[in-house]
Design a protein around this ligand. Structure first.
Ligand code: SF4
Ligand code: SF4
Length: 315
């Protein structure tokens, strides 16, 4: 079957042990205000107009068969895409001489994705690495993700997924036989605040977390440190208490805020207002939050390459 992906990155080092390749799927159920990979939010391909590359030649104007482009009559963008009409046929992309029109991903078959991921099998075996499916969230295109994982498992490759855990337990449960490591993202303990910043409640997420923990799967829990929102002592303490009750031996990775993602919002002509004045936490602040997590008996894993991760997922 076919799926939509942002990209496949080879030789990644941070989404699981050893040398890995990471498949970034499109489609996510949450709408986190700070999303570091906004091109992964929608499962469908989305057309970007890159204003800085546009030479206003109007070559794209007449190509669209469904009248989804408006050209030249807007103050802040020369080309406006009507995403509800766009069928992602690609004709305007072909017509643009400067690459100012581009999709935020591509369609690929599960077989082709698996073949690309397996290209570096020898490196995985030598380094204790493998493949990771991230996103977006693998639960959204779960059938596609499972087909890719199944093909990798046949080759005895270590497999991991990174998920926000928002989805039906039956869907998540289907991953258990094919996944060696679950990297799960938990963000905000308070239910009202979680809904405010991710546009989804967190009850199902905690239920899935508990059910996964009950199954004894290998679990790495990640918390993004978003200044003033997730990265407060009260939120980290509340998350650590709940994690420790559910999985007393949990490993927790604190992921510092990365401002590089803001560039993607600019490319996509999306508002960057949310990020105004926001910068990564200082080392001492991260250390303080680490102590809060450790005080609940949990093991803290320091992330070191989040910055590169955003760059790798970016386009
Ligand atoms: S991708 Fe196709 S449908 Fe979408 S705007 Fe371009 S020409 Fe129109
Ligand atoms: S064809 Fe490309 S460069 Fe020309 S107006 Fe359209 S988007 Fe801009």
């Amino acid at each position: 079957m076919e799926g939509t992906i942002i990209d496949i990155k080879r030789f990644t080092l941070h989404d699981g042990p050893g040398i890995r390749s990471t498949l970034f799927l499109k489609g996510c159920s949450l709408r986190c205000a700070w999303c570091q990979n906004p091109e992964g939010l929608d499962a469908a391909l989305r057309l970007w107009h890159l204003e800085r590359q546009c030479i206003k030649c109007r070559s794209c104007e007449a190509t669209c068969p469904v009248d989804a482009l408006r050209v030249g009559d807007e103050q802040d963008a020369f080309v406006i895409v009507n995403h509800d009409r766009c069928t992602a046929c690609g004709e305007c992309v072909e017509a643009c001489p400067t690459g100012a029109l581009a999709f935020d991903g591509r369609r690929i078959s599960a077989a082709e994705a698996a073949a690309t991921l397996l290209r570096d099998r020898e490196f995985y075996l030598q380094s204790g690495g493998g493949i990771t499916i991230s996103g977006g969230d693998p639960l959204v295109q779960h059938e596609f993700a499972l087909e890719v994982l199944g093909a990798c498992r046949k080759e005895d490759i270590h497999t991991a997924i990174e998920t926000c855990l928002f989805g039906d337990w039956q869907v998540l449960e289907g991953f258990i036989p094919l996944v060696d490591l679950f990297i799960v993202d938990l963000k905000i303990a308070d239910e009202t605040m979680h809904e405010e910043y991710t546009h989804r409640p967190n009850g199902q997420i905690w239920l899935n977390y508990a059910l996964l923990a009950d199954r004894g799967v290998d679990l790495l829990t990640r918390i993004p440190l978003i200044p003033g929102i997730t990265a407060t002592e009260s939120n980290i303490h509340a998350l650590a208490v709940s994690i420790s009750r559910t999985r007393p031996d949990a490993r927790v990775e604190l992921m510092n805020f990365n401002p590089l993602a803001v560039h993607k919002y600019e490319l996509m002509n999306r508002s960057v207002e949310f990020f105004a004045g926001m910068s990564p936490l200082r080392e001492a602040e991260v250390e303080t939050l680490m102590r809060v997590v450790e005080a609940e008996g949990l093991t803290v894993v320091r992330e070191q390459k989040a910055q590169r991760r955003v760059q790798e997922a970016g386009r």
